[in-house]
Ligand binder design. Structure first.
Ligand code: LLP
Length: 417
């Protein structure tokens, strides 16, 4: 993020906004997005790929931050959008994304969401399996572009929950099933096959698997379009090393020389676009010294499930003492009722005290996405900061929002007898 220390108070500013001002206006926990950094990162992908390979397209994997404001920023910067179901489709429509820039994914699509995509005239539906294909054969009444998701047979070194390209993946068809699928699509009078798709996994910190992914689609035959998915990893802490966007694009484009020269090349980054533009702001509720020092914040795995799911190593800082050197070794823990609700193990914080604001960087991707109601938690707001001004993109959920989905309890006061 666009981090800078405000010298007079020694506190952190995100996108030019002081954390104490953000906390006062929007409360905590809160997801904060730096719009300038985000747009700069989007342009690295869009301009970079366009310069290296003219006939190409960058799709934002919107599962990484499915918020109307994010769809709108993405579309305004020239990204197309990958949605993985009706819910994301609805948000993309609500943001005004043109249907011909939307691609629909999913390994368990229903009739109704396929119908929604068909009616809207989205750019293409990515077929994952033969049931998808049967549904489409039945539902389409006019020209419908489709792609075929294939198993690349590549399992990059990443956490098991982030590896989706291995041979036993639940996503896509086996190469030996391609011919049958292609035959069925080409013999249907309305279905138009654009090409093939693969996605190898997420948080991949090496460029080699991407080279192999492109080669794997090249081997599948001659098509108009090849989508090689997303997955570029990002730095979560100072010990991490990740390829730059430029290195990644070079790898993909060089490998794409194996593809027909006129073929369209698609990529689907999510995390690498938005992760580093986001931070989460928390307040310290408790500092407890037992065997260890525990700094307990007012959020946890309800607003960042990614940590428990992928063992990702994040960092944390006392944002209100950003100019102070760390002097306290502690575990930053959340408030959910699980020992696994550990946000940062062995963090070094600067004199953490109750009431301090704590910031966790690199939470722009898959944190808001997987927010949940564990222990009655409310989904935090999403705030967009831009050069010193801030705006609410998603408001904080309220207890009324939660109760609105529940039927009122039966009246227990009038008991018989
Ligand atoms: N395309 C497809 C078909 C995908 O399934 C995904 C991510 C992407 C693109 C974008 O991948 P990215 O560039 O963001 O790595 N919950 C996990 C991440 C799951 C990723 C799912 N698919 C986590 O929190 O790490």
């Amino acid at each position: 993020p666009e981090e800078s220390v405000i010298s007079s108070t020694g506190e952190l500013a995100i996108g030019g906004c002081r954390v104490s001002d953000l906390a006062a206006e929007y409360g905590t926990p809160a997801y904060i997005l730096d719009e300038v950094g985000l747009r700069r990162q989007i342009r690295r992908f869009v301009d970079g790929l366009a310069a290296m390979r003219p006939n190409s397209e960058v799709l934002f994997a919107s599962k990484s931050l499915p918020a109307v404001a994010m769809y709108s920023i993405a579309a305004s910067e020239g990204l197309s959008i990958d949605v993985a179901g009706a819910g994301e489709l609805v948000m993309a429509f609500s943001a005004g994304v043109p249907p011909d820039r939307i691609y629909l994914h999913g390994n368990a699509k229903s009739d109704s969401e396929l119908q929604m995509a068909i009616d809207a005239g989205i750019r293409a539906i990515v077929i994952d399996n033969f049931d998808d294909l049967s549904r489409l054969e039945r539902l389409v009444t006019g020209p419908q572009h489709v792609m075929l998701r294939m198993i690349p047979g590549i399992a990059p070194q990443t956490h098991a929950s982030q590896s989706t390209g291995g041979n036993d993946s639940k996503f896509g068809l086996r190469p030996d099933q391609l011919e049958q699928a292609v035959h069925r699509i080409r013999s249907h009078r309305h279905l138009v096959l654009d090409g093939v798709h693969v996605h190898i996994g997420s948080q991949v910190l090496d460029t080699m698997p991407f080279d192999r992914a492109v080669r794997s689609v090249a081997e599948l035959g001659t098509f108009d379009a090849y989508d090689v998915g997303g997955g570029l990893g990002v730095r979560y802490n100072s010990a991490d090393a990740a390829p730059s966007v430029d290195e990644y694009l070079h790898t993909i484009v060089r490998a794409a020389e194996q593809l027909p020269a006129t073929a369209r090349l698609l990529i689907e980054p999510g995390r690498s676009i938005v992760a580093r533009a986001g931070v989460t702001l928390y307040r310290v509720n408790t500092v407890k010294r037992t065997g260890k020092t525990f700094v307990a914040i007012d959020g946890g795995m309800a607003d960042n499930l990614d940590i428990a799911l992928t063992d990702q190593r994040y960092e944390a800082y006392v944002a209100t003492k950003f100019d102070k050197a760390p002097n306290t070794l502690c575990d930053v823990v959340g408030r959910q009722c699980e020992s696994g609700d550990l946000m940062v193990a062995d963090a070094a914080l600067a004199n953490p005290e109750v009431g301090d604001l704590v910031v966790m960087p690199v939470t722009g991707a898959y944190a808001y996405t997987m927010a949940n109601h564990y222990n009655g938690a409310l989904t935090p707001p999403l705030i967009v900061c831009n050069q010193g001004s801030s705006r609410l993109a998603v408001r904080r959920e309220t207890f009324d929002d939660v109760l609105a989905t529940h039927q009122p309890a039966m009246d227990h006061s009038s008991k018989d007898g």
